[in-house]
Design a protein around this ligand. Structure first.
Ligand code: NAP
Length: 500
């Protein structure tokens, strides 16, 4: 087994009986354990209200790992590191027990006082937990203390500021790890490598050679049982404020002077600062919203958003957003970044398409068979890879060009070798690498951008909702957004990466 640096850690997971912990955190921790990235010097305390014995909790760990992973030879040994504390996070008295438990485990496993507090529960508790951790002495350690926080980080800029203020009473900015799991994705992390490690791309990565960039993140699933959360969120808050703007920042940032957390974050922040603010009347020029109606997916009829459980029958919540972003700086002036994301769409896919400008006089241009522009496609999920669309000679026909594709399919296809986002992010957190977590400045700038759009949308009822059928690529107005600029969305269905 490959030897890794040792990172002794006590992890406290608040919300350890919840969906996120079971589906993502436990299997990811197991993978780290199996790969030797988590040594014997670790212990986990699971916290939630329901009464469970340690044995019952350990059984739930084994079950969740077995559901997610085929090979789990060391599962018994792994599960023995897990302990449970039944605790209502609003009950002050119970933190003393938690502290004692943490100190004992620290001693037993030689954890050097290193602590990670993972808040895998509803955000309304974050402030209370942070405050108690400090006041009741759980953060009083001689090692490091780190706080991992799930999205959503606030509901708008004001609530995000309030939440930040609360957690900052107990943790410094450097100790706060705000999760955006897109930043843990292999191909999102690859954006920087593709850009900054290839001589052929970086010189072209600007408004002289790129005509537009399209970022699509579509889901087939509807809101399922998350109607209550989604009614208060919508696609703009759920996807654009975080994941979509983070991808745009990585695509548009200047090369950092070195690959450190501070330098990379500082370049991303500059992009968000240069993002043209869309306000008032401009919102309908630059952004469109959609809500799915009933439709057919894989031959099955599915209900519309307004028929989903816990959704208002007259809901004004958007399940789809498309927008045109402009970055007002020297590199990007005049290049639209189109983003779109939605639920109940035709395909589950996250792709970035960089469309290059046409060459001024293409000798192979034929009006009856126009040539495609060069495209660089970055396949984020579920496929992982890169495709470069070029034009080449058509066999046996001189002077006729035909589109060809150069494909790179990441070996991690179908999820085999590629580590899960959470696996990478948990390991980064243990190592103290916050590069792939969002800094407060990024969160604040993203909220101030999306708040102006939500303000307009919340104050105008969209009479045409529902405006797209489930199983389609969104409303017609999303196509018109590009058509008025002379562009169109490249069909996702024709963009598959072919395995090498
Ligand atoms: P969940 O399934 O509803 O789990 C909530 C957890 O919190 C449970 O373990 C629950 O256990 C515990 N809990 C609730 N009230 C408590 C209290 N007063 N004191 C102590 N424990 C309490 O939620 P989830 O889906 O795992 O999501 C957790 C967080 O991650 C949320 O912020 C969510 O937005 C975010 N998130 C989740 C996902 C995902 O895939 N699930 C993805 C991205 C972000 P008891 O009932 O036993 O107390």
């Amino acid at each position: 087994m490959k030897q890794h640096e040792n990172h002794p850690t006590l992890m406290m997971i608040f919300g350890a009986t919840g969906d996120l912990a079971k589906r993502k955190l436990f299997p990811s921790l197991y993978k780290l354990f199996e790969k030797g990235k988590l040594t014997d010097q670790f212990a986990v305390i699971g916290v939630a209200r329901r009464p469970l014995t340690n044995e019952e909790f350990q059984q739930s760990i084994k079950d969740s790992v077995k559901t997610a992973i085929e090979k789990e030879d060391r599962i018994e040994e792994f599960a023995s590191h897990f302990y449970y504390h039944s605790h209502d996070v609003t009950d002050s008295a119970s933190y003393a027990v938690l502290k004692k438990m943490a100190n004992d485990l620290d001693e037993q496993y030689h954890l050097h006082g290193n602590r990670i507090f993972y808040l895998a529960m509803a955000p309304e508790f974050f402030g209370t937990i942070a405050l108690h951790l400090k006041e009741d002495g759980l953060t009083d350690v001689k090692g490091y203390k780190r706080l991992v926080i799930e999205k959503p980080f606030g509901h708008d800029l004001e609530s995000a500021k309030e939440l930040n203020k609360q957690i900052r009473t107990a943790f410094s900015e450097k100790e706060i790890y705000r999760i955006d799991h897109y930043l843990g994705k292999e191909m999102v992390q690859n954006i920087e490598v593709i850009r900054f490690a290839n001589a052929i791309f970086e010189p072209l990565w600007n408004n002289r050679y790129i005509s537009n960039i399209q970022v699509t993140s579509s889901e087939i699933l509807g809101v399922e049982e998350r109607g209550r959360y989604y009614e208060n969120s919508g696609a703009l808050r759920d996807m654009v404020q975080n994941h979509m703007l983070q991808m745009v920042a990585l695509l548009a940032m200047e090369p950092p002077i070195r690959l450190t957390t501070e330098e990379i974050r500082s370049e991303k922040v500059k992009v968000l600062r240069a993002l043209r603010s869309i306000d008032g009347e401009d919102v309908k020029e630059f952004f469109v919203r959609g809500q799915y109606g009933a439709g057919t997916i894989d031959g099955h009829d599915v209900p519309g958003y307004r028929e989903e459980p816990m959704v208002d029958a007259h809901s004004n919540t958007e399940t789809f957003v498309a927008g045109k972003l402009l970055i007002d700086n020297f590199r990007w002036a005049g290049v639209p970044f189109y983003i779109r994301t939605g639920k109940r769409m035709e395909a589950k896919s996250t792709k970035i398409i960089i469309q290059f400008k046409d060459i001024p006089m293409n000798l192979y241009y034929r009006p009856e068979e126009p040539l495609n522009p060069n495209l660089l496609v970055i396949h984020i999920q579920p496929e992982e890879g890169i495709t470069l669309h070029l034009n080449a000679k058509k066999a046996r026909q001189n002077e006729v060009a035909t589109p060809i594709k150069l494909n790179y399919a990441n070996k991690g296809m179908n999820g085999y070798n590629t580590p899960e986002s959470y696996e990478k992010l948990l390991y980064d957190c243990m190592r103290g690498d916050a590069t792939n977590f969002t800094h407060w400045d990024e969160v604040a700038l993203s909220w101030s951008f999306t708040d102006k759009i939500s303000h307009v949308w919340e104050n105008t009822v969209e009479e045409h909702f529902p405006n797209y059928a489930a199983g389609t690529m969104g409303p017609k107005c999303a196509d018109e957004l590009l058509e008025k600029d002379g562009f169109f969305w490249w069909p996702i269905s024709h963009m598959a990466v072919e395995p090498c």
